[in-house]
Write a protein that binds this ligand. Structure first.
Ligand SMILES: Cc1cc2nc3c(=O)[nH]c(=O)nc-3n(C[C@H](O)[C@H](O)[C@H](O)COP(=O)(O)OP(=O)(O)OC[C@H]3O[C@@H](n4cnc5c(N)ncnc54)[C@H](O)[C@@H]3O)c2cc1C
Length: 382
C-alpha cells in the first residue's frame, strides 16, 4: 500500500497507534491511497493507476484542485532558477517536456508564449548571466541573452537594460489539466472520496492503515501537525482590456518568490504577481491548511507595493489601473530570509516505513513538475 501524504507530515511516528479512533470503525482496502486531489495528487493517482494499481484518492475539500493548484500563475516553467541537480531542477525540466506532450495529446489548453527575464538596473545585469549559466547546467539550452533594445523591440511597452528570452516557457489552463488527469485516473478505475480528511496513520499487519474522518470533524484532530511556513502571493489584474505585452515578463527573483511578473492567461487577461506576504500565524492554524480556510482576499492597498515594482519594467503603467485579482498560498519548508528549499520526497529509504511516500514543500514549479513527480514516485517506490 502506498500513501502519498500532502504538504505536512504527522508529528507522531507512523509506527505508533493513532489515538481517538472509534472501535469497529468501517475499514476499506486499496493498493494505493493518494492524499490530496491537487495537480500533483491527481498526476500521482493517474500514474499509479496506469501502473495497474487500485487507487483511492482522499480529498479534504468538496472538490478537486481547490487549493494551491487553482491559485497560481499557470506558467509552465522552463527550469531556469533552481539549483543544478536539485529535484526542482530535474523534475521541472522533465515535467515541462511531459506536460507539453500531454497537453498536445489530450487537447489541454496551453500556449508556448515565451518569457523575458529583465534587468532594469546595471546591478542586475550580472544576475542574468548567472541565471543563463544556471539554466544551462539544468539542461535548459534555449535561453537567449539580448540587449534591452532588442527586447524592447519585441515588447514596445517594456523598459530594460538587458533581457533573457526563454522560448520554452508557456501558460496552461490548470483546471483543464486537472480535469484531464482526473478523467484518466477515473477511467482506469480510481475512486475519489471528497470531504474526507486523513488524520493519522500507522503500520498495520497488512500494510499502512490510514485513519480518515469527514472534513467537518477535523477540528478534533489537529494537534499532531508540525509547523509549516506559509507565504501568500497576491495578483492584481490590469483594468485595460488590451494586453501591453505578448510574452510573460519577469524581473529578477526575490526572497520567497521569483518576482512580481506579468502573466497572461489563455484569454489574454494580464495579471501582475505574485508578491510575497509571509503569514505570521499560518503555522498555528494547521486546520486552515487541510480545510483550505486561508484568507484568500486581496487587500486593495497592496497595489501601492505593486506600482513601483512593475513600473521598473513597465513605466507606462497608469495610476488606478491595477485591480485586486486573487491570491494563492505557498506551502514552504523555509521561512523568511532562509535559502529556498528543494522539493522533499521521502520513501521508505528515508523514513523506514514500507509503502509510505511523503511529499513536502511542493511549491512552484509544482504545477510544471506534476507529471514528472508522479513518474519519479512510481519508478522509485512502486
Ligand atoms: C502564488 C503561487 C503561484 C504559483 N505559480 C506556479 C506556476 O506558475 N507554475 C508552477 O509550475 N507552479 C506554480 N505554483 C506551484 C503550484 O501551484 C503547486 O506546486 C501545485 O499546485 C501543488 O499541487 P499539490 O497537488 O501538491 O497541492 P494542492 O493543490 O495544495 O493540493 C493539496 C490537496 O490536498 C488536500 N489535503 C491536504 N491535507 C489533507 C488531508 N490530511 N486529508 C485529505 N486531503 C488533504 C487539500 O485540500 C488540497 O486539495 C504556484 C504556487 C503559488 C502559491
Amino acid at each position: 500500500m502506498l500513501l502519498l501524504r500532502r504538504l505536512v507530515r504527522a508529528g507522531r511516528s507512523w509506527g505508533t497507534e493513532a489515538r481517538g479512533l472509534a472501535s469497529g470503525a468501517p475499514r476499506e482496502a486499496a493498493d494505493a491511497v493518494v492524499v490530496g486531489a491537487g495537480v500533483v495528487g491527481l498526476a500521482a493517482a493517474r500514474a499509479l493507476a496506469m501502473a495497474g494499481r487500485e487507487v483511492v484518492v482522499v480529498e479534504a475539500a468538496p472538490s478537486f484542485g481547490t487549493g494551491t493548484s487553482s491559485r497560481n500563475s499557470e506558467v509552465i516553467h522552463a527550469g531556469i532558477y533552481y539549483p543544478p541537480r536539485s529535484l526542482k531542477a530535474r523534475l521541472c525540466v522533465r515535467g515541462k517536456e511531459m506536460l507539453y506532450k500531454y497537453c498536445e495529446e489530450r487537447g489541454v489548453a496551453h500556449k508556448r508564449i515565451s518569457k523575458l527575464i529583465v534587468a532594469t538596473g546595471a546591478a542586475e545585469v550580472p544576475k542574468l548571466d548567472m541565471l543563463l549559466r544556471n539554466a544551462k547546467e539544468n539542461g535548459v539550452d534555449d535561453l537567449q541573452l539580448m540587449e534591452g533594445s532588442e527586447a524592447m523591440e519585441m515588447e514596445p511597452e517594456l523598459r530594460c537594460l538587458k533581457a533573457l528570452l526563454s522560448p520554452s516557457t508557456g501558460i496552461i489552463d490548470s483546471h483543464s489539466l486537472m480535469l484531464s488527469l482526473l478523467a484518466d485516473a477515473e477511467n482506469l478505475g480510481t475512486t475519489i472520496s471528497y470531504n474526507t480528511s486523513v488524520i493519522s496513520g500507522h503500520v498495520g499487519s497488512n500494510g499502512l492503515e490510514l485513519h480518515v474522518c469527514e472534513s467537518k470533524e477535523l477540528q478534533n484532530y489537529h494537534e499532531f501537525v508540525p509547523t509549516p511556513h506559509y507565504a501568500r502571493g497576491c495578483y492584481f489584474t490590469l483594468s485595460q482590456t488590451k494586453s501591453p505585452f505578448s510574452r510573460l515578463i519577469y524581473p529578477l527573483p526575490e526572497d520567497g518568490g521569483i518576482g512580481v511578473h506579468v502573466t497572461l492567461d489563455l484569454n489574454g487577461l494580464v495579471r501582475f504577481g505574485p508578491d510575497v506576504e509571509w503569514i505570521s500565524d499560518g503555522g498555528k492554524d494547521h486546520v486552515s491548511c487541510f480545510l483550505n480556510k486561508f484568507d484568500y482576499s486581496v487587500n486593495p492597498n497592496r497595489c501601492s507595493v505593486f506600482y513601483p515594482v512593475v513600473r521598473k519594467y513597465f513605466p507606462n503603467l497608469k495610476d488606478g489601473s491595477l485591480e485586486p485579482g486573487y491570491s494563492g498560498i505557498r506551502p514552504k519548508l523555509s521561512g523568511p530570509g532562509q535559502p529556498p528549499s528543494d522539493f522533499v520526497i521521502q520513501g521508505w529509504d528515508v523514513h523506514g516505513v514500507p509503502g509510505l511516500v511523503n511529499l513536502f514543500g511542493i511549491e512552484s514549479p509544482g504545477l510544471t513538475s506534476s507529471l514528472a513527480i508522479a513518474e519519479h514516485i512510481v519508478s522509485k517506490y512502486l
